[in-house]
Design a protein around this ligand. Structure first.
Ligand SMILES: Nc1ncnc2c1ncn2[C@@H]1O[C@H](COP(=O)(O)OP(=O)(O)OP(=O)(O)O)[C@@H](O)[C@H]1O
Length: 877
């Protein structure tokens, strides 16, 4: 058919094999290969132009004469006609070159005339042909698409396999993706077009599955000789050696392309037949890709997910683009599992990241192994990288397939390996330590069910869930020990001092050995708790501590069980508690500004707890610890009540008690905050006369506050939580608890009022001679304020609003902490920045750090647990 590569043939549809056998028209692929049809072997036919023309005409005559207008089929034929399938004939086979009749202009007139006559006389056939030509046009675009991808894939016969014929191997060939230059240099390559769209590849996949002959296409994209990103794509290309069409079948073998260093095999996928081993795959092409030459096919993982069941990949070719989107199961684990080089390579990558971050990071030097612990800023950076990798919504653009590295979660893997190699013998033989996971979690189940292995702990460090402490080196210290020894136990700590004890345990100051990091460890004897039926209290405390992430609440770094002792490793507060601190104040009470500061921070902590569905119930100065920086930390949650919270929008009630919304001296003619006008009934601290402008400003602020109070309020605190437990401390018990009427979050506002009262006056308001008297006073006695010390009207007004005996009328019951925050006692306070405010001065310098009485060098600490009455005593010896 002349020298053109590619032919457009009009062939008469035939179901008779013999007719097809007669049709021996050669065809040529544009690469110069011809495929004969009979024996299935490749034949390279070259014909002279004239011979070819005459042969064509003869064949045409023969075809026209022999066949009636049963229907004509037009086919861009990639091979000789096949008798195998009628349906197959209906689909044109694309061949990648222009199609034109081979009839030229230099033939003899008689021949031309004969042809013309033939055409005229066979008008009916032409009509049929016209109908068929419509299908040609509709299929040309598809053919073009197939052609484009066909061109992008170079088919090379696999070693030992015959492209055309090896029936034993079903005509399987290896198709490798190579740079364009490689293709042009190869004289044996056949280009194959692959449809662009995923659904097309899917349909082709189906059709190819039913075809007997197909070629497997394996693509490999390498980024370097040593570190290769390999994308194995299994494609089946039905070559038209027996049927006059080609079908393509693409099946992604591997979808992992997040790093150029990965090599991966998927267990779920059957190994393709006749695939070339990875080592045989085009190293020179890999280097070409590396040097910037664009491969014919570039893999784009557009949205692959390691955890989900969806992995998408886009294969691009420039300028021809082929997209292959494959949905398949998770592959992430396997890539790590099955290729250790992957892990090591990624570890290198991470070490590079680490080194780049080192300069800006604070370091903690481990005294034991002399390695440095990076601050959490590094950890969080790495964490973000890990999570990016772990998420594997990896999109490796075609232009960045070699450089845009998605890092895998190899640190975890690395750690897991190290952990696996940590011998159990490293642990103390007498300790039976069981590690628990301590991140804040929305899960509120029991600790055994929520405890997570160390692996999970490290892959998702607790600090990542506690942003306000994310820079804390104590996280890094704990994690370092865990990575080093696999699990944390009491043996890792030097217990330096007993800080105190309560109903369910003893709290020790402890140093994590080799890190200079101090912690408060609450040690609880499980046997003792079980015997005294206090296990639920311990459990409640653990669960709540795990949830917390707030500047005025304790951070739980980790928890573990060691020798049947439950240990909670928390933030250490060196400033003592407010009860002790108050005793040290002149007059045993705090100045009002200091009291205001402390209650404000406590209010924020309570508000946060309420929003988490925790009613604290045990507010008292003993449970308010002072941090090193002077800010507070609310501790001790074993009496807390867990409940659900359903945020509601509360409109202002029209008949609100004026006492609850009173501003500064609202009933007085005086606008002074601390005036001595009779209606205020309180002496002022120091009479001041403000300039008119200040008065105006104050008035405006009061008006604005009133307007704010009149707005609807979103309440996200428990308003209907109920409990009948008799819990708390006598002097702090709310009337509804004493009366056993059932109580809810409002009890915290009662205790908040008692707390403020105690800070300001140095004693609680209803204290009696004994506990019984105290309880009776709480229920029956009216609130009274002593004459001294002097306390502002606003403070007393707030206390009055809080210590309302009926909980439904109590300040805070309706709108929670927001209602209390708006009280004039807190006017001008910047709630959002109070954590940055300068705290009240401590009465005397506190001894921060390690007490000298106990040697930090004492490495062999043992706990002795003594139960004396209802109390546990743990002693060091
Ligand atoms: N993080 C900490 N930092 C410093 N000291 C602490 C810390 N936690 C607790 N303490 C001290 O330990 C003492 C006992 O702690 P805690 O009250 O939590 O034990 P408890 O058994 O829960 O007590 P309770 O009987 O109130 O339930 C406290 O009074 C406090 O002084």
């Amino acid at each position: 058919m002349g020298s053109y590569s590619g032919t457009c043939e009009i062939v008469e549809e035939s179901e008779e094999p013999k007719l097809v056998q007669r049709s021996k028209w050669p065809y040529r692929s544009h690469s110069g290969f011809g495929v004969g049809e009979k024996d299935g072997k490749c034949s390279f036919l070259k014909m002279g132009y004239k011979d070819s023309l005459e042969n064509d005409i003869n064949q045409l005559f023969e075809a026209i004469n022999l066949k009636g207008p049963k229907g004509l089929s037009v086919s861009y034929q990639g091979g000789a006609s096949s008798s195998s399938s009628k349906s197959a004939l209906k689909k044109p086979i694309p061949v990648g070159m222009p199609h034109s009749p081979r009839v030229g202009g230099s033939e003899s007139l008689s021949l031309k005339q004969a042809l013309r006559d033939l055409c005229i006389s066979k008008a009916s056939e032409m009509a049929a042909m016209k109908r068929s030509s419509m299908s040609i046009s509709s299929t040309v675009s598809e053919a073009g698409r197939i052609k484009s991808l066909f061109n992008s894939v170079v088919v090379e016969p696999a070693s030992g396999s015959d492209f055309c014929g090896d029936e034993n191997k079903w005509g399987m060939v290896e198709v490798s993706l190579v740079p364009e230059e490689s293709k042009s240099n190869s004289s044996r390559m056949i280009t194959v077009s692959v449809p662009h769209e995923a659904h097309q590849s899917k349909s082709l996949n189906q059709s190819a599955n039913s075809s007997p002959r197909f070629a497997r296409v394996r693509t490999e994209i390498s980024t370097g000789s040593s570190k290769s990103t390999r994308t194995d794509v299994s494609a089946s290309v039905k070559i038209g050696t027996q049927a006059p069409k080609a079908e393509l079948h693409w099946m992604e073998k591997q979808t992992f392309a997040s790093s150029p260093s990965y090599s991966y095999a998927d267990d779920n996928m059957p190994e393709p037949e006749n695939t070339v081993p990875a080592s045989n795959t085009l190293p020179e092409k890999a280097s070409m890709l590396k040097s910037g030459q664009q491969g014919r096919l570039r893999a784009v993982a557009s949205s692959s997910s390691i955890n989900g069941n969806r992995v998408s990949r886009m294969a691009r070719n420039s300028p021809r683009v082929a997209k292959i989107v494959v949905r398949r199961k998770s592959t992430g684990k396997k890539k790590i599992k099955q290729d250790s080089s992957t892990a090591s390579c990624a570890a290198n990558t991470f070490s590079e990241v680490n080194s780049s971050l080192d300069s800006s990071s604070s370091q903690l030097v481990c005294q034991r192994c002399h390695c440095s612990l990076k601050s959490l800023s590094n950890e969080s950076n790495q964490e973000s990288i890990r999570s990016q990798s772990a998420g594997i919504s990896a999109e490796v653009s075609s232009s960045h397939v070699n450089s845009d590295v998605r890092k895998p979660p190899l640190v975890e893997n690395d750690f897991n390996k190290r952990r696996a190699s940590v011998p159990r013998a490293k642990k103390s033989p007498k300790s039976r330590e069981k590690e628990h996971f301590s991140p804040s979690s929305s899960s509120l189940g029991d600790s055994t069910s929520t405890s997570i292995s160390d692996d999970s702990n490290l892959s998702r460090p607790s600090c990542s869930n506690k942003p306000h402490m994310s820079k804390d080196v104590r996280w890094a210290a704990i994690r370092h020990i865990k990575m080093q020894d696999g699990a944390l136990g009491l043996r890792h700590f030097n217990l330096l001092k007993k800080l105190g004890f309560g109903d369910i345990g003893t709290v020790y100051l402890a140093e994590l050995i080799g890190t200079n990091c101090l912690y408060a460890i609450k040690v609880m004897d499980n046997e003792f708790l079980a015997r005294r039926k206090k296990m639920p209290r311990a459990q409640t405390e653990k669960e709540i501590l795990r949830m917390l992430d707030h500047p005025f609440l304790p951070t739980l770094y980790t928890q573990f069980t060691s020798d049947n002792l439950s240990c909670l490793v928390m933030e250490y507060c060196p400033g003592g508690d407010l009860h002790v601190l108050r005793q040290k104040q002149p007059g045993r009470c705090f100045p009002e500004p200091a009291a205001r500061f402390y209650v404000a921070e406590v209010l924020l902590a309570l508000e946060y707890l309420h929003m988490l569905g925790v009613v604290y119930r045990d507010l008292k100065p003993e449970n308010i610890l002072v941090r090193e920086d002077g800010h507070i930390m609310l501790s001790d949650f074993d009496l807390s009540l867990r409940c659900t919270v359903s945020p509601t929008l509360v409109k202002p009630s029209s008949n609100m008690d004026p006492a609850r919304i009173s501003g500064p001296c609202t009933t007085s003619s005086c606008a002074e905050p601390f005036c001595i006008e009779p209606p205020c009934q309180v002496p002022c601290f120091s009479p001041r006369f403000l300039p008119a402008s200040a008065k105006t400003k104050r008035k405006l602020r009061a008006d604005f506050a009133a307007q704010v109070r009149s707005l609807p309020q979103l309440v996200a605190e428990p308003t209907d939580a109920r409990s009948n437990s008799f819990v708390g401390t006598h002097e702090y018990l709310a009337p509804e608890i004493i009366k056993g009427e059932g109580h809810g979050a409002a009890v915290d506002w009662w205790t908040f009022g008692i707390f403020l009262y105690e800070l300001l006056y140095g004693r609680t308001p209803f204290k009696g001679a004994g506990n019984e008297d105290t309880l009776a006073n709480v229920v029956l006695e009216n609130l009274k304020f002593p004459d001294s010390p002097l306390v502002s009207f606003q403070a007393r007004d707030l206390i009055r609003g809080l210590l309302v005996k009926e909980p439904e009328n109590r300040l805070g019951t309706e709108k929670g902490a927001a209602e209390i925050k708006q009280h004039p006692f807190f006017e001008g306070l910047n709630w959002a920045l109070i954590r940055c405010a300068v705290p009240p001065e401590l009465p005397e310098p506190y001894e921060f750090g390690v007490p000298s009485m106990m040697s930090p060098e004492a490495e062999s600490n043992y706990l002795e647990c003594k139960a004396t009455g209802d109390h546990l005593e743990f002693e060091l010896f």
